[in-house]
Design a protein around this ligand. Sequence first.
Ligand code: AMP
Length: 281
Amino acid sequence: MRIFKDIKPLRKFISDQKHKDHRIGLVPTMGALHEGHLALVRSCVDQNDITVCTIYVNPAQFDRKSDLTNYPRPLQADLRALKKTGCQVVFTPDDQVMYPASPLMHCSFGPLENTMEGVHRPGHFRGVALIVAKLLNIVQPHHAYFGQKDWQQVVIIRQLVKDLCFPLQIIDIPIVREKDGLAMSSRNSLLSKQRRKLAPQLYRALQLAREHLKNSHSVHEAREAGIRHLDQFANIRLEYLEIVDLQTLQAPSKPVGNKPLSICLAANLGKIRLIDNVKVF
Ligand code: AMP
């Protein structure tokens, strides 16, 4: 497995691979890899000749300084896990490489970011779009892999790729969960034992809302059911629970019928902020 810290040698390596007609897949991550990330990497390894996994904790997408400082960075364990998947290339740039000067350009996504994470984490998607655009431009892959765990991010990245005409295919991969239903996240390791026990209630609330939606077809009732469930737990502070159109991320038009929807939430357990979502077809 080749490890690159700089852009130029990575570009040279990739260009050589493209001359051999090799298909390139990209998996952008912030490290502290778990089975959710590895599912993306394994799909990439299956579908491409060369898998490039990037590990970079992108300061531009953090709205809370403490979250950035406390973000886990177990690089050696990550490299061992990646090696086992058959990943051929890891790109681990530092801030100087990714942001040699403060960037002036920024993207905004109108209605796609005027909701949920975009509202609760101001500037988050501006930071995500910038780093993803940089990585897509550096690696120029045939395929790039993202997790459905960050559904709003998937929708926004698809828009970015469409608007900027990046010649590649975005592939989104289903959420990988712990046995008790908690969506895997690098932040789970930061939960206290007591809060870790409580955390699967987030998924339970999403399931309850989904059941209500299927039975009553009322978005309002379903949303209330999910919120009520989490209200019981003093140690869970819900930021939002929204039911939105899967693609536009807007409130669904009535009647909802069989339109694909997404139920998304964000909640704080102590200082740790977690997000999750389920699809409804
Ligand atoms: P992150 O390191 O949190 O930026 O995540 C890197 C990529 O892994 C993103 O595309 C995430 O959506 C994806 N990811 C994170 N957790 C999961 C999970 N539990 N299941 C599937 N994909 C995930």
